[in-house]
Design a protein around this ligand. Structure first.
Ligand SMILES: Cc1ncc(C[n+]2csc(CCOP(=O)(O)OP(=O)(O)O)c2C)c(N)n1
Ligand SMILES: [Mg+2]
Length: 382
């Protein structure tokens, strides 16, 4: 340990999980499922980082390492029909919900597979047809708050008992969209749950340089909404807090803002060496790595045997290797298809032949209105 005085103020978060397994409603299979999702994402992202360095990924790579407990804990308490969406750092949440690593890897490699056919990175993973994940935002920071409010409004108008869970970053709480979206959601008491992952940086900008308040939740009174702040690397703390926020929103009481303090263990993207992050901060959060803490808890408190954990980890490594093999074997999109799939078909397209639906039909859309333009009889449009 360095003897030098830390240059950063370090909060007083414990380096171990507090929960007593006897108080939890989870059996061993369920505890294993949490571990598998978090560890699968970590292993996948380590490999993805190395593929990026080998030049096998076109474009930038953004990872969620260090934020696995906030992701898995939050979505694990969602119910059937609820939606969640990511900005970039919630791969473990998708794996928890059953997304296949091989499909994500093929998307990262830009391969010609549905639904994006090489038009998008493996970041957003929108796929209503197969995954029930809605397309959500345009990448402009905080645009997902008003669009999340829109989905929540749709739930309310349809009298569906569901919530929209929107992951967001700390930096994305500063642009104006954050305020407009939450203001609207609060006025209309919409079932919108914001899970804010305060990972200490927005690109290279530290919290103090972009927020005049200490906590994101300190902003909640401006919208008169429910808010909580917690340590985000303790899986069970995350679940409890997320559950309270979700049930608040589901109960018709309006939006909830649940803030989790966590750490982005990598740079903003893999092109960023995070040289601006103080070594003390890295060490502090390395001791509080969510997967490391949960693994120790499984061994010490939940009576998992070391060989059980080793078998899970071996299975995960094999799954990621086969995901890479699968992705590498898929074709790239054909050059002549470059102008296809850029715009949704519209009944207002000038030429009748352009009005044809060349997309896979969505038989049972979660939100039928999203596909209204495919229904020529009504003439609906986006
Ligand atoms: C309006 C707008 N400005 C700038 C950007 C570029 N940008 C993308 S992500 C990001 C930082 C996001 O930080 P944060 O919300 O904390 O999320 P994190 O990356 O830490 O998960 C910035 C500045 C953008 N996408 N949109
Ligand atoms: Mg951030």
């Amino acid at each position: 340990m360095s003897q030098t005085k830390p240059r950063v103020n370090l909060p007083d978060y414990p380096a171990e999980l507090q929960a007593d397994p006897r108080d939890l409603p989870y059996d061993k299979d369920q505890l294993r499922r949490f571990y598998e999702a978090m560890k699968l994402a970590r292993t996948f992202e380590e490999k993805l980082a190395s593929l990026y360095r080998q030049g096998k990924i076109n474009g930038a790579v953004y990872l969620g390492m260090g934020q696995e407990a906030t992701s898995v804990g939050s979505v694990s308490v969602l119910k059937q029909g609820d939606f969640f969406t990511t900005v970039a750092r919630n791969l473990s949440a998708y794996f928890y919900k059953g997304v296949e690593p091989r499909d994500v890897m093929a998307r990262w490699m830009g391969k010609d597979i549905p639904p994006s056919h090489g038009r998008e990175l493996g970041l957003f993973l929108a796929d209503i047809k197969n995954l029930g994940n809605p397309p959500y935002h345009n990448g402009s920071m905080a645009s997902w708050i008003p669009s999340g409010a829109g989905y929540a409004l749709a739930f309310k108008l349809r009298k569906q008992p569901n919530v929209m869970l929107a992951f967001t970053g700390d930096g994305a709480t500063s642009p104006g969209d954050f305020y407009e979206g939450l203001n609207f959601a609060s006025i209309h008491k919409l079932p919108l749950v914001i899970i804010c992952e305060v990972n200490q940086f927005a690109y290279s900008t530290s919290l103090a340089k972009q927020m005049p308040v200490e906590n994101v939740a300190d902003r909640a009174p401006a919208f008169n909404i429910y808010a909580e702040t917690h340590f985000g690397n303790d899986l069970f703390l995350v679940m409890e807090a997320a559950r309270r926020g979700i049930e608040h929103a589901r109960g018709g009481k309006g939006p909830a803002l649940i803030e989790f303090k966590t750490f982005r263990q990598r740079g903003h993207g893999e092109h960023d060496d995070m040289a601006y992050v103080a070594p003390e901060l890295r060490e502090f959060w390395a001791d509080r790595d969510p997967i490391k803490m949960y693994r120790e808890w499984l061994l010490k408190r939940a009576r998992f045997k070391p060989e059980e954990i080793a078998a899970i980890e071996d299975g995960i490594a094999a799954r990621v290797d086969s995901a890479i093999q699968y992705a590498e074997a898929q074709p790239m999109p054909k050059p002549e298809s470059v102008t296809e799939r850029l715009f949704a078909p519209s009944p207002h397209d000038p030429k009748p032949e352009d009005r044809l639906n060349r997309y896979e039909p969505i038989e049972t859309p979660s939100i039928p209105g999203l596909t209204a333009s495919h229904d020529k009889s009504t003439g609906g449009h986006f």
